[in-house]
Ligand binder design. Structure first.
Ligand code: ZN
Length: 450
């Protein structure tokens, strides 16, 4: 199967950050087999099974949304304008505890479509609601149906949490192993499962230590919220005498496999530890601003060589999953906190979303750039819009002018998931209607359960 994309402005995000003003991309099955300036040979075009004319479009690698909670699509907008702890207790917990498997499936599909529409081809979901044992699998099944690249950071809590979500250590380990044996052998490698303990205040040290060993065995990462709020950081210090990153290091769980989500309240010493360990940081600027959690020291981390990926966080605290909006917000947040307009350029935030995202996703050799041999995970963004014309500098237009509404075509593993802004795997309008109705029923049931 040969697909050709022609006439595109191409941002390769390769090591040399090459861009082509009018180039073409050849896709053979699931892989990129050429990325070049100019037009392909006539013989190649004749041989192609499909040709996509990308005139006035920008071609870029699919972004990695490195941390979300897909089930929260049904909760967004309910708990606006609250700090994290109150937002959790008053809104997220009661609704999530009432959610059925069918509702979770709808919420997951809706969430994946939002990601596709904003140019994210790979999604990491920190899935921590287990009202029934099948709950985890529906997220993987939804990813399979929609065609996105998916990493489920299977979450848990085994202390200090809402009773509906608590699990025992034995349950956690057994369920993680069962999920891994079902999904980590997926023939395409497109869907994987890794451990995702929720945060230090609500999990036991033993569960994190054992999960970290499993992650090593399975060749996947360990994904965890760390130092999201000052309150959480102070609580860890009071309880253990250590700050959260020190605590992880002390457990032997801070290494190149570790994905630290948020990392807002870090000491200088914790930044040293992260830099020395090779751990990845996942930055969720919109969520940190929305919940008034604080501003992470991302420019310093980048200067220290720490890979920082970007993410929306769950749509309950964002309230969308628009990765293009996240690019702009990242640049703006750090300009204002550093009072330095050049602290992050558009190229920097795009690099974080694609290349650092691929590292955090555990597949830097497969995704994150448009290069020969890599997976064909490609996004075409429409520049022919009054929001961007005239486009003097495509990467600037992408980051500062546009949002998810401008994403036109999305390809994963060489397969087209969205074309001309239309999702191909399912009837999107019908899904939206189903979600509207299901969310009303869910809220009614939640109110009865309160
Ligand atoms: Zn989160």
């Amino acid at each position: 199967m040969l697909t050709v994309i022609t006439n595109a402005i191409i941002l390769t995000l390769d090591d040399r950050q090459q861009t082509f003003e009018a180039g073409f991309i050849l896709i053979e099955d699931d892989r990129i087999c050429a990325v070049e300036e100019g037009r392909p040979e006539a013989e190649t075009l004749e041989r192609a099974n499909q040709v996509i004319n990308a005139a006035h479009m920008l071609a870029m690698p699919g972004m990695v949304n490195a941390h979300t909670h897909l089930f929260q699509t049904f909760i967004r907008g309910l708990g606006d304008d609250l700090p994290l702890e109150e937002w959790l207790e008053r809104y997220i917990w009661p609704v999530a505890a009432s959610m059925t498997v069918d509702e979770a499936m709808l919420a997951a599909k809706l969430g994946f479509i939002e990601n596709i529409r904003s140019g994210a081809t790979a999604v990491t979901d920190n899935q921590y609601i287990h009202n029934t044992p099948e709950m985890d699998d529906v997220f993987c099944q939804a990813a399979e149906e929609l065609g996105v690249r998916f990493l489920m950071a299977r979450g848990w809590t085994d202390r200090n949490y809402h009773p509906a979500f608590l699990e025992t250590l034995d349950q956690i380990m057994a369920r993680l192993s069962a999920l891994s044996s079902r999904w980590n052998q997926h023939p395409t490698g497109r869907i994987r499962v890794q451990p995702g303990p929720l945060s230090q205040t609500v999990v036991t040290a033993e569960s994190v230590r054992r999960a970290s060993m499993l992650a090593k065995e399975w060749g996947v990462g360990l994904h965890m919220h760390v130092s999201e709020t000052r309150r959480e950081t102070e609580s860890c210090l009071r309880e253990t005498g250590l700050r959260p990153v020190e605590w992880l290091d002390n457990l032997g769980c801070l290494n190149a496999q570790t994905q630290l989500v948020h990392a807002v309240w870090l000491s200088d010493y914790e930044i040293d530890l992260i830099a020395a360990s090779g751990a990845k940081v996942i930055h969720c600027p919109v969520s940190n601003m929305y919940l008034a959690s604080g501003a992470a020291r991302i420019p310093e981390m980048r200067q220290r060589g720490i890979p920082v990926a970007l993410a929306t966080d769950g749509p309950g605290s964002n309230n969308n999953q628009d990765m293009l909006e996240t690019l702009k917000t990242t640049a703006l947040l750090h300009k204002v906190t550093s009072m330095d307009a050049r602290v992050f350029l558009p190229e920097d935030v795009l690099w974080m979303a694609c290349r650092c995202g691929a590292e955090a996703f555990g597949q830097p050799e497969r995704i994150g750039s448009l290069e020969v041999g890599k997976k064909a995970d490609i996004v075409l963004v429409d520049l022919d819009t009054p929001f961007a014309v005239p486009v003097h500098r495509p990467v600037s237009a992408l980051v500062y002018n546009l949002n998810g509404c401008s994403v036109d075509t999305v390809i994963v593993d060489g397969k087209i998931l969205m074309k001309d802004k239309k999702i191909l795997a399912l009837d999107e309008q019908a899904l939206l209607e189903e979600c509207r109705v299901a969310a009303i029923h869910l809220l009614e049931r939640t109110n009865r359960n309160l």
